[in-house]
Design a protein around this ligand. Structure first.
Ligand SMILES: [Ca+2]
Length: 380
């Protein structure tokens, strides 16, 4: 194997062989460890350059890029290390700068964070975003059953809510959000995901500081509070013929409130259920239920038929009902000849969350029936 002229791991720029071809550079290599007999014949100026260049060329891989701290399990603040993929990461001294090429995607993943499930954590992030840069920040983990879990940080301000579709500012600013990991969550890390804008040329993200602070434990147990979503039983029919309290975001697929399905089978409970025709995808939204900040809820539904359902709840703030946190959507495949229950844990963890607006994306492969959508506080 041919050695590189100056031994580095690709760290030596092309210009470092001073215009010699690789073989010529090797033949006249002046490093003392490589071929000392040729060394003394080099002019002193070249020696000086070599002495200056060698520490760089022989340097070990750079130390991990660190920026930010979190309160680790031992109660001490630990630095957060970042591993870039598909992007350029540099420490400018003032900030960790992440940059992608136009249209390119890149990520910076943190080293694993020893964060505990069922505890509130608040992330405070001081940063600026190149205008046009697509930017998402995720908390990711492996769940109890080995399934990947993720929560997008819908950034708020430390002292007031902000509309979730406003991108982060090109000016230095501080944002915050709070989250809670479900039971059994492990291998937790943060991910900063960048998508370069094709035209602007401002595809950078400067992270000045990021602090994950530990808050209260979230009460959790096996008892469930009363159902907070009374319209979920599909028993009351509105003037439109639709189940009272429910509506579609986008196209109405022609869903009907029924008392019996085509096989003459009844509702899961009461007299009625909501039925979706095969092949028509839709997004169904229910009523709004008040929730307690910092608590865990069980979101559940009963379904019959074949299809796919993604269900979650929008987190709403108090004054205008704007969305202020990740909707925490859970995807399930339904293949149920008879009524089957599906459920997920939903956290009212967002900094300004006061109510929950359950919704679901429904992709029925056959007729798909829905009944008894419920939201219940999980009690210790
Ligand atoms: Ca019912």
């Amino acid at each position: 194997m041919r050695r590189r002229p100056f031994g580095g791991r690709g760290l030596v720029p092309r210009s470092a062989n001073w215009g010699l071809t690789p073989s010529a550079a090797l033949a006249s290599c002046a490093c003392p460890s490589c071929c000392p007999p040729l060394g003394p014949r080099l002019p002193w100026a070249v020696w000086a350059l070599l002495v200056l260049a060698t520490p760089v060329a022989l340097a070990q891989p750079p130390a991990p890029l660190t920026r930010g701290t979190y309160l680790a399990a031992d109660g001490k603040a630990a630095p957060i290390e970042w591993q870039p993929t598909g992007l350029t990461a540099t420490d400018t001294g003032e900030a960790l700068r992440l940059e992608v090429e136009p249209k390119a995607k890149g990520t910076a993943d943190s080293a694993p964070l020893t964060l505990a499930p069922l505890r509130l954590y608040t992330i405070t992030m001081t940063c600026r975003r190149g205008p046009g840069l697509g930017l998402l920040v995720w908390v990711r983990w492996v769940g109890a059953e080995g399934k990947a879990g993720a929560r997008q940080m819908v950034w708020q301000l430390p002292d007031r809510w902000r509309i979730n579709w406003f991108p982060l500012s090109p000016l230095r600013n501080t944002y915050a959000q709070r989250f809670c990991l479900p039971p059994g969550a492990r291998e937790v890390y943060l991910q900063i995901a960048l998508t370069g804008h094709p035209d602007t040329g401002y595809n950078y993200f400067d992270l000045y500081e990021l602090i994950i602070a530990r808050g209260a434990e979230v009460p959790f147990g096996t008892r469930l509070g009363p159902n907070l979503l009374p319209v979920g039983d599909m028993e009351t029919v509105a003037d439109s013929g639709m189940a009272l309290g429910w509506s579609f975001w986008g196209a109405d697929p022609g869903a009907k409130v029924l008392e019996k399905d085509a096989q003459d089978r009844p509702a899961h409970s009461g007299r009625r259920f909501l039925s979706f025709p095969a092949g028509k995808n839709c997004t169904l939204a229910g009523g709004i239920a008040p929730v307690q900040s910092g608590r865990a809820y069980r979101l559940s539904l009963w379904a019959r038929g074949t299809g796919d359902i993604g269900f979650g709840a929008q987190s709403l703030e108090e004054t205008q009902g704007q969305r202020v946190d990740d909707a925490q959507v859970t995807h399930v495949h339904v293949e149920a000849a008879d009524w089957q229950e599906f459920s997920a844990i939903w956290f009212a963890a967002g900094l300004y969350t006061v109510s929950a607006n359950p919704f679901m994306g429904i992709g029925p492969r056959t007729d798909l029936d829905l009944d008894d959508v419920m939201l219940q506080l999980i009690e210790p």
